[in-house]
Design a binder for this molecule. Structure first.
Ligand SMILES: [Zn+2]
Ligand SMILES: [Zn+2]
Length: 178
């Protein structure tokens, strides 16, 4: 295998890496979780743990802790499932790529939503998820943390044209990326 070939991520690594990227939008400092729901190598929805629409964010005002859990945020897996619900997308038979082992409630929700495989790269402090996943015969795969680097090397691509010739105030700050 050539060096270039081996740096290309597998499908599982690809979707886990996307879950990591999704988790960057999380708003609760106690946990940053990202979830990508996939069927037939197509992304159905993504979700991260964040507040309900209109609410404040934990990272701005502190967590809302009850019984040692922050109850302000909806978990990433739930947000991804609810996106599907909102847009009438079936999750039957799909795979959930999650940065960490789902909590018990998210695991149960994923099961009932028809998720057949869950891929994670880290555990979660307190969860009975595995017990329920076993009962429901949902496959659980613990994979290594994907390489954190996003390998996009503009300089090495001969067809790439850089923006560097543009004046700085025209490029990054032109108001099109808000
Ligand atoms: Zn919080
Ligand atoms: Zn959860």
């Amino acid at each position: 295998m050539s060096k270039e070939k081996s740096s290309r991520p597998s499908w599982d690594e690809y979707f886990l890496k996307l879950a990591m990227l999704v988790s960057e939008r999380a708003t609760c400092p106690r946990m940053h979780c990202g979830c990508v729901l996939v069927r037939d190598k197509q992304i159905l929805a993504t979700g991260y743990n964040g507040s309900i629409p209109g609410d404040v964010h934990c990272e701005d005002v502190g967590c809302y802790v009850v019984d040692n859990h922050c109850i302000r945020t909806i978990h990433g897996e739930m947000n991804a499932l609810l996106q599907c619900s909102r847009h009438a997308v079936s999750t039957d038979g799909a795979t959930a790529y999650v940065t960490n082992m789902p909590c018990t409630n998210c695991a149960k929700a994923l099961i009932v939503a028809g998720i057949k495989r869950i891929v994670v790269f880290s555990d979660y402090h307190a969860t009975e998820a595995e017990e329920f996943l076993e009962i429901a015969k949902v496959e659980l795969c613990r994979l290594k943390v994907p390489e954190k680097m996003i390998n996009y090397d503009l300089d090495s691509y001969s067809s790439a044209v850089k923006f560097e010739d543009k004046k700085e105030d025209e490029s990054a700050h032109d108001g099109c990326c808000g």
